[in-house]
Ligand binder design. Sequence first.
Ligand code: ADP
Ligand code: ZN
Ligand code: ZN
Length: 732
Amino acid sequence: MHPPFSYSHVIYLHTLPISVYNNFMPLYNVWIEHSALDLNQTFTYSSESVLQRGMRVKVPFNHRDLGAVIMGPAEPSSLDQTKIKPISEIIDEQPLLNDELFDLAAYISDTYVSSMMSCFKTMLPPALRPQLRHAPIVYEDWFIRQESKQPLTKKGQERWTELKELLPMKASEFRKLAKSHAKTYLEKGYIKIEKRKKRPEAMFIEKEDQAVALTLEQKTAIQTILHSKNDVFLLHGVTGSGKTEVFMQLAKQAIDQGKQVLFLVPEIGLTPMMISRVRSRFKQNIAIYHSQMSASEKYHQYQKVKNDEVQIVVGTRSACFMPFSNLGLILMDEEHDTSYKQDSMPRYHTRDVVLWRGKRHHCKVVLASATPSLESYARAYRNVYELVELKHRISKTMPNIHMIDLREEEMIQGFSKQLLDAIALRLQKKEQVILLLNRRGYLPVVKCQNCQEVITCPDCGIALSYHKSNDSLMCHCCGTIYRFDHTCPHCGSKHFFDRGMGTEKLEQHIAALFPQAHIIRMDADSTRKKDAHTKLLEQFEKEGDILIGTQMVAKGLDFPNVTLVGILQADAGLVRTDYRANEIAYEMIEQASGRAGRAEKEGEVMIQTFDPHHYVMESVIHHNYKEFFAKEMQYRHLGSYPPYVFMATIVFSHDDEQKAKQVAVKAKQQLHDARVLGPIEISMRMKKKRVRLLVKDKDRRHLETILWKLVHELERSNVKMEINMHPLMLEE
Ligand code: ADP
Ligand code: ZN
Ligand code: ZN
């Protein structure tokens, strides 16, 4: 059974014959831009023009003009044609989405219970999104040479003979060279201005990067992937096992066969070092696509792929929607990373998209990680994916792990003596240290000593953190910054507890303890500006002694001189109530540990914990992913959590909690043939009270069907309902 307006429905409409009736204009079905999910259906309009699937138009709807996308020709028979309104405006001459991307939108809409329009918007670069009239293409001034007989000064003439050879040239660059002469040449007609489309080329430091001699393990992995009959692989390689090199050589194979390659990396993984590495291997054959690019940069990269000008695309999540014509390989690095799931509609997971596209293009898909997601490993375990392993580091040895039992240690400003000694030793040896504390700001909670109240965010209801750098309070949930006058809003007291520590406070302590050390802090606050992340890493590589930071410092870094990693509060993640808390904690600790001793020098990891015998810690000590997997699967089985079931959350929000709850209860009644937990109250968002239902189902398709049914059948109200399919966290 398919839900109404589902994928199957889309295919059905598409295959209808075009019928043009003599006295009537051709009819088209369109998807309209409307936020109500129950309007996720096509509507029929007429047009004199011949329109193709995937073109943007404007249509009148409820006395407004709405953006819309052509689905295809409509069958006129059952409709009263006198009531059909004409399309008011045609925006595109060519379809924006090819057939594959159109089908992909339908697949995402269907499986993530989201509107087709939200899928189109997500898939296209901002400049091409449906709501915009025309792509805002940025123009820049260029100088073009032209004939002129007007007299120049001697100096002006001399410069002109040199400069004219350089034209045409970007006006801003020419002005830099010609200085005051530029104005004269322009006035006397030697040059004229022409507007040209801006084609931004980001600057990259070209590093020479050549293919290295592979280890036997790397070779075997590549041969297995190339010659296997299977299509999807899970490359499970321990940290520092050389996965990137395996990727590069697989990519080269595909490119040599004239095919295209998609190379996905997580949000934080796309550093200019990575880009320059891939670029120097594949030269100009490459497009880069990531979230920090401007709209015009994205547009330009998108066009390059569309025009078949490139063979490899390196990018973050949204690069999975590039308009490839001939994909030969998809690589997804750090497949466990949560940045692969979009946290707004449609809340798709990149893994699902690449598996779908891999099938469509008949190409291989390689998912890789040192700490695979439980879902992926379980699939490899059941031979849905083929498991390929890299069990050894290039440097041969895994770092030594020491658990420091905080119940038995005397602490100095958050540090055990052992960890302080170890840091001092590295500094002496001119080696580098990474310290992980997964909490930013100065104080995580501001609590009044007098009335014991905690200061909370009025919009979200959760505790605010104190940030010393700007002397303010910040909500880590909604990002709002509040002025702080160091007075309790409840009782007026000026005394607060100084308990707990974030990265800011850690930086201050470590600077006091090791005044000679060059310390670099990396967290969401210090990396807010564009490129700040990269600059801090470059700085650390060149001259840093200690890098401190949140889980950001656990991800992907490859510095040969780092020999010590310290994890300050390893259990912070284990006390969370979320079903994936242990998986996230394991990932973070194992990945952070993996930053130590990646080259010749041996690495050491110190983990401060109250619970050294927790199975997460024991698996980390032995670098034993399989042990972790087995234990965690038992827990998931007991609690009926993924990968044993498929889940969705439905969040209802309203000013009045009772109203939200009433609608949730109604929804629960309608979902009687699934397992539904709740409603429970969860933290507020944007001043709205929220309640949540958790739906579990063993059958993914059935889960989608009942949720679509709910969308269409639940009585409309002013309670907002948001569905999150396969949530990575329950409270988002
Ligand atoms: P992973 O992604 O598996 O953690 P990387 O791909 O970053 O590991 O590789 C770890 C380090 O080993 C890198 O500095 C890389 O340049 C180096 N490396 C990879 N393969 C080889 C090889 N065959 N010979 C020598 N060095 C290698
Ligand atoms: Zn108080
Ligand atoms: Zn907030």
